[in-house]
Design a protein around this ligand. Sequence first.
Ligand code: G3P
Ligand code: CA
Length: 295
Amino acid sequence: MNPLMFRPALWLGLSTCFAMSSFAATNLPAWNLLQSSRPVVIAHRGYSAVAPENTLPAFERALAAGADLIELDYHHSRDGQLIVIHDSTLDRTTDATNRWGGQNLRVADRTLAELRSLQAGIGFQPSYPQARLSTLSEAMAVIQRGSVTLIERKGGDAAACVELLRKEGLVNRVVVQSFDWDYLRDYRRLDTEQVLGALGPPGSRSGKKLTDAEKALTPAWLDEIKSLGAQVAVWNRQVDAASIQAAHERGLKVWVYTINEAPVADALLAAGVDGIITDNPALIWRALAVRRHSE
Ligand code: G3P
Ligand code: CA
């Protein structure tokens, strides 16, 4: 039989294959969250209202609460590991100062082995003596069982995070965000696919502190976020219906942090936000449910 006769079938097969691979690229959890028909609920540093922030118990509790995304922060250790912790120092949330003495003990000065030896729920009541610092890999292994990790980079270069997500097969199974827009630019240069969130407002610009008015989510900020190649503007509560509409017109989503009061959540939902970051996911689920039943 003339092999040319198989050409249409071959083309059909190839085009189906290309269509499926493009479908596979956009049908990943991070992209699906951007298509959500309702605002998404994001647990801030885990369910940090009920368990110590940025620890595995807080991530387990957020999973149990059905958070769509679970946010965490990371820094690099001295030996280049990505460590889940908010502050650049260990003093506030660990027993490092008691154990080692001194103050302002930097995460970046300690190895993973040293950091693992610390207790990580210091100051949280009730106490969680079993809570430890974890690596980003360990945290994602827990969170990705039933949610999506919202990774906030606090310290370290983009290349390390890009490499880790590729190695673990987690590109677009998580979302990456940062206040450092140079980091986001680097990230986008290294990875053209990963869904990125631009955190704002920036505290300053060209060395000049911004006023409150300058920190509101304006079209100018949105245009800059768009030019970074980010898909989400992750802003404080200085957003309104007009700025959210302007974001949507540019194909951007708006997620707002850190909302722990029901009336504020109600107002933001009425304004049209696409996601709320909270220490208390149950409070936001309730706000969504009440809103839905009163429509
Ligand atoms: O996810 C947004 C929020 O986490 C930003 O503030 O200081 O809690 O990292 P911060
Ligand atoms: Ca954070």
